[in-house]
Ligand binder design. Structure first.
Ligand code: PLP
Length: 443
């Protein structure tokens, strides 16, 4: 009997009692390789001594000071660091407690930018289907994951969804990458025309789609086109890098690989590596100037924003990643992981796609490779794979994404940046066994 409301009222989660490096140990003494960083969070692995030391130090100095009264050295230093490493044009950082809060703040910053400029009519947010931007009502409204939204739809602000850039599912046979990128980005142009550019506030997208579709990278110059369309219509571009950012794809920010910079960017998860709940919105100088030269006050805030313990953890995590050049390991081990996945699943009858960037890789399971038909959702194949992997001492992040009304199953891998070659080999070997076991259950 528990008094905690867990995600499932039917399944009691295992109890974690220790965690170190890539491994989490449960109360029955079983070890699990964390091959997904929880939900792409634990980028440094567990129990990193430098982060723990930084947390002790911060707790001994200022554990909490409300931002209505004080700023702290930890928060200021994190802001400086985030801006120094940010894409061009980003001038400030706003610190919050996680991804959903970051998305909410980004939406509000976009709206306040418009109102400060007297563009009151700008209110429509455009996002993409098969995306996830968080579970609070504003972020849920922006997201395009119907399974998560359906029940709460009456509470959601109106948002507009266009097709994602999802080559495996949406690129036509014989359509070049350039043509597909143009067609997919063209949907934004059409939607803006439909709504009237003067009414459109922002476009929100994950550069590499995470939880909903499983490490889906964009194609060709899709994001360059999106940037150009936004600029032409005065629409702000919000890139949600909560899952794919902070080094996960091999560059600090996933948008670096697209050669574009956003107006607003959200980061979380890998920012603090799970050592504290922390997220941030990075905002362009022009948004900052509209507010500083206007009302001078961002009409938003949370009790725990700019929390010094969270900032200290994030700073320590980011310092270790830079000091130990872990992004090189993300690129090297990402390539190795991809090669191992290709070996294990490249000709598997029920693996339709292997995709991703860096240490952000996924496989998509299909009933039939030719037709790409997914398995019957009633089988809950993704949940079976998760359970079979846990039985084999492996944590992976499987999801049944909604693909325009059709449910499909994928498994996301996002191991910590400290992962080694042998760890990768072990992860893929255990995953292959878990996939076979789960498929065997539904055969
Ligand atoms: N945005 C993206 C892209 C995410 O993947 C997530 C979480 O998975 C969120 C936002 C929400 O973040 P949080 O769960 O920290 O609120």
């Amino acid at each position: 009997m528990t008094h905690l409301l867990h995600r499932s009222t039917r399944l009691q989660p295992r109890r974690a009692v220790a965690a170190s490096g890539l491994t989490i140990t449960d109360s029955e003494g079983r070890d699990y390789i964390d091959a997904c960083g929880g939900a792409a969070v634990s980028c440094l692995g567990h129990g990193h001594p430098d982060v723990i030391a930084a947390l002790h130090k911060q707790a001994d100095t200022v554990a909490y000071a409300h931002t209505g009264f004080f700023t702290t050295e930890a928060a200021e230093r994190l802001g400086d660091r985030l801006v120094a490493d940010a894409p061009e044009g980003i001038g400030h950082a706003y610190l919050v407690s996680g991804g959903s809060e970051a998305v909410e703040a980004a939406l509000k910053l976009a709206r306040q930018y418009a109102t400060e400029r007297g563009e009151e009519s700008r209110r429509h947010v455009i996002a993409r289907r098969q995306s996830y931007h968080g579970n609070t009502l504003g972020a849920l409204a922006a997201g395009g994951n119907e399974w998560r939204r359906a029940q709460f739809r009456p509470l959601l602000i109106e948002t507009h969804h266009i097709a994602p850039c999802f080559a495996y599912r949406e690129q036509r046979e014989a359509e070049s990458d350039a043509d597909y990128a143009a067609r997919a980005a063209g949907e934004l142009e059409q939607k803006i025309a439909e709504l009237g550019a003067e009414n459109v506030l922002a476009f929100v997208a994950e550069p590499v789609v995470g939880a909903t579709a499983g490490a889906v990278p964009p194609v060709g110059d899709y994001f360059k086109r999106i940037r150009e369309i936004c600029d032409r219509h005065g629409v702000l571009l919000i890139l949600d890098e909560v899952m794919c950012g902070m080094g996960r794809t091999g560059t600090l920010h996933a948008c670096e690989q697209e050669g574009i910079a956003p107006d607003l960017m959200t980061v979380a998860k890998g920012l603090g590596g799970g050592y504290q709940p922390v997220g941030a919105v990075l905002l362009s100088e022009r948004i900052y100037e509209a507010i500083s030269g206007g009302s001078g006050f961002f009409q938003h805030g949370h009790t725990y924003m700019g929390h010094p313990m969270a900032a200290a953890a994030a700073l320590a995590v980011q310092e270790v990643i830079a000091r130990d050049d872990l992004l090189s390991n993300v690129r090297e081990m990402g390539a190795h992981l991809r090669a191992r996945l290709e070996e294990a699943f490249g000709s598997h009858a029920h693996v339709g796609d292997i995709r991703g960037r860096g240490l952000f890789q996924a496989i998509e399971l299909v009933a039939d490779r030719e037709s790409k038909d997914p398995f019957d959702p009633a089988h809950k194949l993704h949940a079976r794979i998760k359970a079979a992997a846990m039985e084999r001492g492996l944590m992976v992040y499987p999801m049944g994404g909604t693909i325009d009304g059709v449910r499909g199953d994928h498994v996301l891998l996002a191991p910590p940046f400290i992962v080694g070659r042998e760890d990768v080999d072990r992860i893929v070997a255990r995953l292959a066994k878990a996939v076979e076991a789960a498929l065997g259950e539904i055969a």
